[in-house]
Design a protein around this ligand. Structure first.
Ligand SMILES: Nc1ncnc2c1ncn2[C@@H]1O[C@H](COP(=O)(O)OP(=O)(O)OP(=O)(O)O)[C@@H](O)[C@H]1O
Ligand SMILES: [Mg+2]
Length: 473
């Protein structure tokens, strides 16, 4: 059986002595201290129970209780209180004391409480270690041995144990959320929750409530109170993804919260505190957003205490095949398929592709190949990406639209939507007509529109259309 280690903090020497000798006879290891400072110093990781008097020469037992609970959350504190101090006893229970004994107390009763407290302590430790084991399977591994990703691993190691804000930057699918998780699970907050909120996926008018929560009746649809993600993450980590997308008004509110970790749910003046570590991520150039006035510089500095930049997958070439093998194994487990190998051509393809969607794209590509391929090999033709078209077209439009936006934003009554759609429509028709050397029938088939529509669009946009048009590359 594990040893019962007890610390008694009481300046009444006779009580301390009686307790010590009774508990030692019961097989406990007991240290007695007459002051808070010496008492707290003698608490160790293996201490199971602290017996604490409420009135001590160097301070109040209540404050000591708070301190002990914060420093050693597993340790059980039992208050030994003088008769007539009921009010402070209640307060002590509120602050997390396990039980209380009124002086003079019965030794048998003391031993019963100590036994129960030690059993609970052992149980708590056991649950904790089981939880760690269970989580160990859940903590996603980070694969990689290229110098670029090893640099990231080292940074994770350096910041994990320090309770500081971290900004994680990198393009889409590089592993920003995974890095945030790795930091959380390697920090002192690993027993707390990891709560991720993607600020780009929530409509702007709902973000404030999602973060800070609301009270019943705060707005017409608020039929029930909602605690919000910040309160939910209390004791753990809040990961704010896509922070560059945050509306400027909300940036001010988030900044206020980050300064003092205090907030009030919507519809309430009741200020609450949350003990959370905040991490942010973005795939945008936040510095540029600050320069352009879209992101508050004070919030930027709050986030950017430490920045971890995750490299593009194509800049960590050595990691592609190990990641592919890792996803193969995961896919086999996930889809209960037989073991599959990549052929030489398939490996070559993976190594030469430029991965616009980074690790996420590789992961999806492998999963798809595992499901679709028959037999025990994955060949080059099994590997295809949905991302290729999506990414290049999105990138293309993004650049153009941004330029339009900056021009049209100056106009009071801009017509951005129409203008861009017309431009795009014109370009698509021109490209199809070029591609088919002016053969309208072929062009309609490629475009998936009928001949009359094509005809009227050609007229509308004054597209030159004869078979002499050269095929553009
Ligand atoms: N080094 C790695 N080892 C193993 N898996 C990885 C690694 N990096 C990323 N992944 C996996 O790739 C996927 C994408 O990662 P993650 O969601 O963290 O990227 P992200 O940068 O947050 O993407 P987005 O910008 O799209 O939100 C996840 O399934 C993640 O588990
Ligand atoms: Mg993400």
């Amino acid at each position: 059986m594990q040893r019962k280690e007890i610390v008694v903090i009481d300046d009444d020497e006779s009580i301390a002595w009686v307790v010590k000798s009774a508990l030692e006879q019961h097989g406990c290891k007991v240290a007695t201290k007459g002051t808070i400072s010496r008492g707290i110093k003698s608490i160790k990781d293996s201490t199971k129970v602290v017996l604490l008097d409420l009135v001590l020469p160097d301070g109040s037992g209540l404050d000591a209780l708070t301190e002990i609970r914060e420093m050693y959350p597993d340790v059980t504190v039992i208050i030994i209180t003088a008769h007539g101090r009921m009010q402070s006893t209640i307060e002590a229970m509120k602050r997390g004391a396990y039980d209380y004994l009124e002086k003079p107390f019965d030794i048998e009763e003391l031993i019963l409480i100590i036994d129960r407290a030690c059993r609970d302590f052992d149980l708590r430790r056991e649950v904790k270690s089981l939880k760690k084991e269970v989580f160990a399977g859940e903590i996603p591994q980070m694969i990689g041995k290229s110098p670029n990703i090893v640099r990231v691993f080292k940074q994770i190691g350096r910041v994990a144990g320090k309770d500081i804000t971290v900004l994680i930057t990198g393009e889409s699918g590089t592993g920003k959320e995974l890095v945030a998780r790795a930091i959380h699970f390697n920090s002192d907050r690993s027993d707390g929750r990891f709560v991720a909120v993607n600020l780009a996926s929530i409509p702007a008018n709902l973000i404030e409530g999602e973060l800070f929560g609301w009270v019943k009746g705060a707005f017409s649809e608020a039929k029930k109170a909602y605690q919000g993600k910040i309160a939910y993450a209390d004791g753990g980590t809040l990961f704010l993804d896509e922070i560059a997308e945050l509306d400027i008004n909300l940036q001010a509110k988030l900044l206020r919260f980050m300064q003092d970790r205090e907030f009030a749910p919507l519809g309430s003046n009741d200020v609450k505190k949350a003990d959370i570590r905040i991490m942010g991520a973005t795939n945008r150039d936040l510095k540029k957003a600050v320069e352009e006035g879209r992101f508050r510089d004070d919030l930027y500095y709050r986030f950017n205490v430490v920045e971890i930049k995750i490299p593009l997958l194509r800049n960590r070439h050595e990691d592609i095949l190990p990641l592919a093998r890792y996803f193969l194994k995961l896919a086999e487990k996930k889809f209960h398929t037989e073991e599959k190998q990549l052929t030489r051509d398939a490996k070559k393809f993976l190594q030469h592709y430029d991965w616009p969607g980074n690790v996420r794209e590789l992961e999806n590509m492998i999963y798809k190949a595992v499901v679709l391929s028959s037999g025990t090999t994955i060949e080059e033709r099994d590997l295809s990406s949905d991302e290729i078209a999506r990414f290049t077209i999105k990138d293309f439009f993004e650049e153009k639209i941004k330029r339009y936006l900056s021009e049209m934003a100056k106009l009071e009554n801009g017509n951005l939507y129409e203008t861009i759609l017309c431009e795009v429509e014109k370009a698509i028709i021109e490209i199809a007509v070029d591609y088919t050397h002016g053969n309208q029938l072929k062009a309609t088939r490629i475009l998936g529109i009928n001949r009359n529509t094509l005809h009227s669009k050609i007229k509308e946009y004054k597209i030159k259309c004869n078979s002499n048009r050269k095929k553009k590359k």
